[in-house]
Design a protein around this ligand. Structure first.
Ligand code: ARG
Length: 464
């Protein structure tokens, strides 16, 4: 206890007359989660020290000592030998304290011209930049896996649904390409968010800037930031870039969740459109026959927690007066959990997409039920001169008659069909087939196999 307190008073100088209680220490400490920022923290400190030395604010010797100390700290962290102390509150103070232990006064000079407020904002941005790049790569992998699946099934027919009712026949490749589009926009959103993440807060110090002759542009260049944040109060306090990231992440998960919902339905034995490789499923502890699509179900569930983090961060920010407030320490756990959840989910889904077995017979059988080509018959009549509303009405009568008899439109003879419109001729059977129906939707964005193949080529060219 005494040792802990003496460490604390070393960290905080002589300003305080009594130590904080153990409970308060635990309550205010962030080291157990923000130690994840260690690499970014060291990177930021090294860039800061280099600039301080270049500007003559610290000596070349101090700079060399800091570099040496940081190299050792990095190694200690990598080897799991670094001792993280709750008394030292957060990742920043832990590293700085160890540096001072290792190199003496040079370690104490590192914090010249900066504050933990601009330091932590810099660390988060560096960390997030890496996470965004990882997520961009994973979105790409998932899209490539879905493109491959789409290519294999460019002409495989299944029913398309609206309101969960059979609507029109579509190709499975086309269906997969819908997700390729969604994840493509997600990648664009991530890349866009990265632009605003990639600006340097360091140099803002606690809130007002610093009296030292610093060179912020130099630090920005060393750390690969596109620009410096242009207002010190804003730079240390706003976390809108993290909120934006969480919004983009929530959309990634929303798309994953929609896809999951479909995979679960498709894998249900009642539907039987697909099978998912065993390594993504589990059995039941009581029902030996079961094979459950756990991964898609869990991903659907985890979407809720990512959405929750977005709301959490928005709420964290909304009541804060300028500039930095300790509230902001609460940004990290939701942010880290969002990154972990999205990264793990995308990694698993890219792999799982390659573990999907499509069952074309079951898909085809389902497309043959539910009058999926009724619209094609209406369009056929329109092309023969009937106004669309009248064509719609004529086909509705035909469907109703089929329902009464328990048959499909294609089961009716030409004479029977002509009872609904005398415009119907023998060529009608070309449009009533599933193949004829999908092939006819032959324009950009349509479901025809030819268009599916063109769309795949288009995305592949974009991906380079
Ligand atoms: N651990 C703090 C955080 O995560 C670092 C900044 C603390 N600054 C301060 N003035 N208390 O935000």
């Amino acid at each position: 206890m005494t040792a802990q307190l003496s460490k604390k008073s070393e960290a905080w100088s002589a300003r305080f007359s009594e130590p904080v209680s153990d409970l308060v220490k635990r309550y205010t400490a962030s080291v157990f989660f923000d130690k994840r920022l260690a690499e970014a923290d060291i990177q930021g400190s090294l860039a800061h020290a280099e600039m301080l030395a270049h500007q003559g604010i610290i000596s070349a010797q101090d700079h060399a000592d800091i570099q040496r100390g940081m190299a050792q700290i990095k190694a200690e962290i990598a080897d799991g030998k670094f001792e993280w102390l709750l008394d030292l509150e957060d990742v920043h103070l832990n590293i700085e304290k160890r540096l001072t232990e290792l190199v003496g006064d040079a370690g104490k000079r590192l914090h010249t011209g900066r504050s933990r407020n601009d330091q932590v904002a810099t660390d988060i941005r560096l960390y997030m930049r890496g996470a965004i790049d990882d997520i961009g790569g994973l979105l790409r992998e998932l899209r490539v896996a879905l493109l491959d699946l789409a290519e294999q099934h460019a002409a495989t027919i299944l029913p398309g649904f609206t309101h969960m009712q059979v609507a029109q026949p579509i190709t499975f490749g086309h269906h997969m390409l819908a997700y390729v589009e969604m994840f493509g926009r997600d990648a664009e959103r991530m890349a866009d968010c990265r632009k605003r993440v990639n600006r340097l807060p360091l140099g803002s110090a606690a809130l007002a800037g610093t009296t030292f002759p610093i060179d912020r542009a130099r630090v920005a260049k060393t750390l690969g930031f596109d620009d410096v944040c242009r207002n010190s109060l804003d730079a240390v306090s706003d976390r809108d870039f993290a909120i934006e990231f969480c919004a983009a992440a929530a959309l990634v998960m929303t798309h994953i969740s929609r896809m999951s919902e479909e995979l679960v339905i498709w894998m249900s034995p009642r539907v039987g459109f697909i099978d998912i490789a065993d390594r993504f499923c589990t059995g039941s502890s009581i029902m030996p026959q079961k094979k459950n699509p756990d991964v898609p179900e869990l991903a659907r569930g985890k979407t809720g927690r990512v959405n929750g983090h977005l709301i959490g961060l928005l709420t964290l920010m909304k009541g804060q007066p300028l500039a930095y407030n300790k509230d902001n320490q609460e940004d990290k756990e939701p942010l880290f959990d969002t990154v972990d959840t999205v990264v793990d989910t995308l990694r698993i889904f890219a792999d799982m997409a390659r573990g999907i077995t499509v069952k074309p017979d079951a898909m085809r059988a389902a497309a043959l039920q539910g009058y999926a080509t009724a619209t094609d018959l209406a369009d056929y009549l329109v092309k023969k001169g009937l106004p669309f509303r009248d064509a719609h009405e004529a086909v509705a009568h035909a469907v109703r008659a089929c329902e009464g008899r328990g048959c499909d439109l294609t089961d009716l003879s030409l004479d029977e069909l002509r009872a609904f419109s005398t415009l119907i001729e023998a060529d009608v059977f070309n449009v009533l087939t599933l193949e004829g129906s999908v092939a006819a939707r032959n324009h950009i964005g349509g479901t025809a196999p030819e268009q599916v193949r063109a769309a795949i080529a288009h995305v592949r060219a974009q991906l380079g």
